[in-house]
Every structure is written in C-alpha cells, then in structure tokens.
Design a protein around this ligand. Structure first.
Ligand SMILES: [Fe+2]
Ligand SMILES: [Fe+2]
Length: 220
C-alpha cells in the first residue's frame, strides 16, 4: 500500500522554469488565473521526478506516439496556439460567437498537466513491476491532471478540460472550451504522425485512418 505525501512548496527555480517553458501564460488576461496556471504546473513538477516541463518526453502517452525530437513544452505551446486560432476564426467570422478566451488558453496550457505523474520514470518502474497490483498507469494523466487543477484551486472549467481532452472525454459531455482544446490536441498528434515527426513503432494508439509518414520519406 502506498500513501502519497504532497510537497506544497515549489522552488523559485521551478516557478521560473514554468514561465520560461510556457511563455504564453503571460497572455492569460486574468491575473489570478495566470498565477494559478503557474502554481499548478510548479506543483505538478515539484511532486514528480522532473525539474521542468521541457524535460518530459514529447509523447502522447509514455513511449507511445513519441516525437522523433521535441518535448512536452512544444506540444503544449502549439496546442494553445491552435486552440486560440480556432477561437479567433469563429469569433471573427461570426461576431455572435463568444468563447471565454482565458479559459481556452489556460485550459490548453494545462491540458497535459498530469504528465509529470504519468511519465515519471519512478512511477513507470513501479507500475511496470507488477501491473496487477498497481494498475498501469494507476491514473492516466487526464485524471491526475484534473486532481492537480482542483487541488491548486484552478476553476472547475480547467479541470474539466484536463479530464475531457483525452479518451476519458468520450464518457462525458464536453464544454465548448474543452471541445476546442481536445480537437487542437488530437489534430496536433495526428498531423505530427502524418508529417513524419513520430517514431516508427509508437503509432498504434492513433486512429486507424491515420497513415504515419515514415521518417525521412519525402512528401509526394
Ligand atoms: Fe493528453
Ligand atoms: Fe496533449
């Protein structure tokens, strides 16, 4: 049996690294939301083996859908950018459309906040030692991420995005903000595979309509 003890204080270095790895945090307009996003990531990192976001493997799941080069920070930044592009497109084309931009941006930057847990080498070793005893993983990053969001006091809408962006989202009704982040996230991995950015042998979790381009093959 394992009881979990959380460290509640994050170092200045960890806090600074979150701001460096996710500079788009400064585009969140609400000061409290901005601060909570930094706090949440620092908390997730502090309670893991990772020092910073850019140290986490660039992958959809541990050792699955793995970038040939790149890390989680790049994925998070691109998902945020794609999500905000969708918001911009619809709000510009259809002025009657109103979407809470701060929630979409903060949600996109936090959607994989559970990965310091699911990708933690110590947890992976533990889970893979005897999955029948622990589960493998014991909690996926979407579930653990929702726990992190609620623990640090982020709005429930952000916890919903963190839970709903991934396969767990199939079992709930999604907010518009969550749907946008989920689409941005899924299309990012799918296009990464279709453009030859994903390691061969790690693509089995992608939808079967995706045909990953072999790395080094010139596009036709
Ligand atoms: Fe995810
Ligand atoms: Fe993601």
């Amino acid at each position: 049996m394992r009881y979990v003890t959380y460290k509640t204080e994050s170092s200045e270095q960890t806090i600074a690294s979150v701001k460096e790895d996710l500079p788009e945090i400064q585009n969140i307009k609400g000061a409290k939301l901005r601060e909570k996003v930094v706090q949440a990531w620092a908390y997730a990192l502090t309670n893991s083996s990772f020092s910073r976001i850019s140290d986490i493997q660039g992958a959809g799941n541990p050792d699955q859908i793995v970038l040939i080069s790149g890390h989680q920070g790049q994925h998070l930044r691109d998902v945020a950018s794609l999500a905000m592009s969708m918001v911009d497109k619809f709000e510009t084309r259809f002025p009657q459309v109103k979407i809470n931009r701060d929630i979409v941006l903060a949600g996109a930057l936090c959607h994989d906040i559970g990965k310091p847990w699911e990708f933690d080498p110590k947890n992976l070793t533990h889970w893979r030692g005897d999955p029948s005893a622990t589960g493998e993983p014991s909690l996926r990053h979407s579930v653990y991420g929702a726990h992190i969001c609620l623990t640090v006091g982020l709005p429930k809408e952000i916890a919903h995005i963190t839970l709903g962006h991934s396969m767990e989202g199939q079992h709930i009704g999604l907010s518009t903000k969550c749907l946008i982040v989920r689409c941005a996230d899924h299309i990012w991995w799918q296009i990464a595979a279709a453009t030859g950015l994903i390691k061969a042998g790690t693509t089995s979790l992608l939808p079967n309509y995706i045909r990953p381009r072999m790395s080094g093959v010139a596009p036709s």
